[in-house]
Write a protein of this length. Sequence first.
Length: 151
Amino acid sequence: MVPVSITEPAVRSFLFYSGVLGLKVLSMAFLTARQRMKKKVFANPEDAAAKKSAVVKFDDEDVERVRRAHLNDLENIPLFWVLGGLYLTTGPSAATAITLFRVYTAGRILHTIVYAVTPLPQPARGIAFGVPMMITLYMGVTVASHYLSAF
Ligand SMILES: N[C@@H](CCC(=O)N[C@@H](CS)C(=O)NCC(=O)O)C(=O)O
């Protein structure tokens, strides 16, 4: 394992983009709440009772869209945190690692924009999903092949 220091640019970049992605995931709760307030659609009777003419509904198209985008973040971003950190221990070039972290973060933000903020026709979401997915796959393969000799 290559020693990883917090002073290295690639490590600092990983920490920065990890923080940005964490905030991005948190922002999905606000996006969902905003959509619920706008559509007056809630998941619990006590929430609906707190707003005039609101209803309990589980199939509102716009609310569900934001919820799916949130779930998609949860299916993908935690893997970036794990594999990105492990990838740093394989001794990648700083320029490559920083580019991967930047592109990954931009892709995930774009995924939310084209899915839940301003829905766009495919392949917009497919690309915004696929590029970060390829980066995670690349980091996973790099980690697995780097440590293959351990077996
Ligand atoms: N859990 C995902 C797995 C595949 C995936 O993540 N596809 C991307 C690109 S098409 C996506 O944005 N899926 C929409 C979603 O997760 O709601 C799904 O059900 O679609």
